[in-house]
Design a protein around this ligand. Structure first.
Ligand SMILES: NC(=O)c1ccc[n+]([C@@H]2O[C@H](COP(=O)([O-])OP(=O)(O)OC[C@H]3O[C@@H](n4cnc5c(N)ncnc54)[C@H](OP(=O)(O)O)[C@@H]3O)[C@@H](O)[C@H]2O)c1
Length: 278
């Protein structure tokens, strides 16, 4: 039975940037009622400020939050996951679903650290989840069933698209779609600077750049056409676009973006302390 059959009770451990975005989105989508969410942070000073902002119960007691929960969402930094798992393991059992969004942390690491048969899902969302346009990749650990995948999918579908992935691809997914928004913001900022350089007011240039990126992305998603084919439809012989493309090629935009994803992926593999720590 899906955990969403009744009102799910959610613990969010680490209500920072990504945890906070997910809480806000789940509440906005009426997927989880705010009364059923218990979130935690590390610093007591932030409890009140962020708790009021998120309109959920916010504290520093991880075990207390996990105790009454059906689903436990671990949103702390990768290096903190082991410590948090040690802290909460006595409150976990086979009925509670643990979902970790930490980069670099494998389901195997979590299962071994817990030493329990708790179902584990690893998820990699991204910040556009804040506006319902996120993409989250999920994979399951060895004690999770298709129903647990369905539950996680239902949660992350509320904040955008969800794809089920092979765990071996999760670091690459981190380097592409979790880091990707930052790369794209730089591209958008640069396109807008180009507009400013040729005389456009900055807000108009930013609007033109952002809506153009949204439109181009929608074309790829809706038509299913290869981006190169769509690029060709914009590029008329001896027109303006081909001159711009020549500059992009000379500047090495493609290679730079490819290398950015490769570097971010390599870094994603290193974030967790080694398994030797187990
Ligand atoms: N940011 C992204 O775009 C993104 C995308 C996908 C996945 N992720 C993953 O999401 C996780 C969090 O990233 P973030 O960018 O949201 O970082 P963040 O803003 O620093 O959030 C981490 C949160 O964890 C809290 N925390 C630290 N130790 C804790 C403990 N022992 N118990 C409970 N809470 C604790 C911190 O509390 P304080 O606020 O009190 O310090 C903070 O609120 C990372 O594992 C990252 O790999 C992030």
């Amino acid at each position: 039975m899906s955990l969403f059959g009744s009102q799910v009770r959610l613990a969010v451990l680490g209500a920072g940037k990504m945890g906070g975005i997910l809480i806000e989105a789940f509440v906005r989508q009426n997927l989880v009622s705010p009364q059923n969410i218990r979130a935690t942070v590390q610093h007591p000073a932030l409890e009140r400020k962020n708790g009021v902002k998120l309109a959920v119960s916010l504290g520093t007691d991880n075990c207390g939050a996990v105790r009454g929960a059906d689903v436990v969402l671990v949103c702390v930094k990768p290096q903190t996951v082991g410590h948090v798992l040690d802290e909460i393991k006595d409150e976990l059992d086979e009925k509670k679903l643990l979902i970790s969004i930490a980069a670099s942390v494998s389901t195997d690491y979590i299962e071994r650290r817990l030493g329990l048969q708790t179902p584990v899902i690893r998820a990699m969302p991204n910040t556009p989840s804040m506006v319902g346009a996120g993409i989250t990749a999920i994979c399951k650990g060895k004690f999770a069933t298709a129903k647990h995948v369905e539950t996680a999918q239902k949660l992350f579908d509320a904040v955008g698209k969800t794809v089920v992935a092979d765990e071996k691809n999760m670091d690459a997914i981190t380097g592409l779609s979790a880091s990707g928004p930052a790369f794209l913001y730089i591209i958008l900022e640069s396109l807008a600077e180009g507009g400013v350089k040729v005389g456009l007011p900055r807000d108009l240039a930013t609007l033109l750049a952002a809506q153009t990126a949204l439109g181009a992305a929608k074309m790829v998603l809706d038509t299913g056409h290869h981006p190169a084919l769509l690029k060709d439809t914009v590029t008329t012989p001896a027109g303006c676009t081909i001159d711009g493309i020549l500059e992009l090629e000379e500047g090495g935009l493609r290679v730079t973006l490819i290398k950015a994803v490769v570097k971010a992926t390599e870094r994603a593999k290193e974030l967790l302390v080694s398994d030797a720590e187990l």
